[in-house]
Design a protein around this ligand. Sequence first.
Ligand code: C5P
Length: 222
Amino acid sequence: MSVWAVLAAAGSGERLGADRPKAFVRLGDRVLLAESLERLDASEWIDEIVVAAPPGWEEPAILVAEEIGCSKVSACVAGGPSRGESVRNALAEVPDDAAVVVVHDAARPFVDDEVIGRVVGALNEGWDGAVPVLPVSDTVKRVDGDRVVETLRRDELRAVQTPQAFVASVLREAMAGEDVSAASDCASLVEARGGRVKAVPGDSRLAKVTDATDLERAASLL
Ligand code: C5P
C-alpha cells in the first residue's frame, strides 16, 4: 500500500507581511517549508511526497528539499490561485496505483508521525478520510454582516487541522469538481460527496502560521 503526501506550500502569505511567499520565510535558521518537508520525509508512514510551490518558486523548493537531504520528493509543481487548486495540481503527479494520499499544509510546520499514524490508521478501519481535530474554546456564532444570526453549540464543534488522510480514489473524485477553490480543506469536498470522514485527536503544535505572531510562537517551539 503506497502512501503519498501532498504538501500545500503555494500560499502567498500576505498576512505575514513578508517580502516572499510564506513557505520561504525564516523559521529558526531554515525556511518554514523545510520543517514540514523534513518531518514528512522522515515519516515511517509516507512513501513519496509531491510539493505544491508558489508559481516561480518550484526550483527554490527543490533546492530546500536537496539541502535537507529529502529522499522522498518525487515532484514539485506550481500551485494554483487557491489551496484547493494547489492540491489538485499536486494530486495530478500522484500515480493511479497510490492507495492513500495525506494532504498537509506547509504552514503547519510541526507535523509528526503520531498524528500521521492516527489519520492513516483510520483508513484501515474503513473510513474514506480522517482529519485531526481540537475542541473549540471560543463560542462560535454565524453572522450576516454585523448581525449575529445564530450561536452554534460549542460541544458539537471542532477546529480542524492537517495532515488529512484520504483513500486516494475518493480524494481524486472529490477534487475533480468545480468547487475546489472555495474549499478551505480537502475533507469538506469528500464530505460533500457523501464520504465518511473520521475526526481523530489533533495537536496544538499543529497550529497554522498565519501572521507574524504565529511565526514567533512557532520559532519558540523549535
Ligand atoms: O492561506 P492559508 O494559510 O490558509 O493556507 C493553508 C495552506 O495552503 C498553506 O500551507 C499554503 O501554503 C497553502 N496554499 C496553497 N496554495 C494557495 C493558497 C494556500 O498551497 N493558493
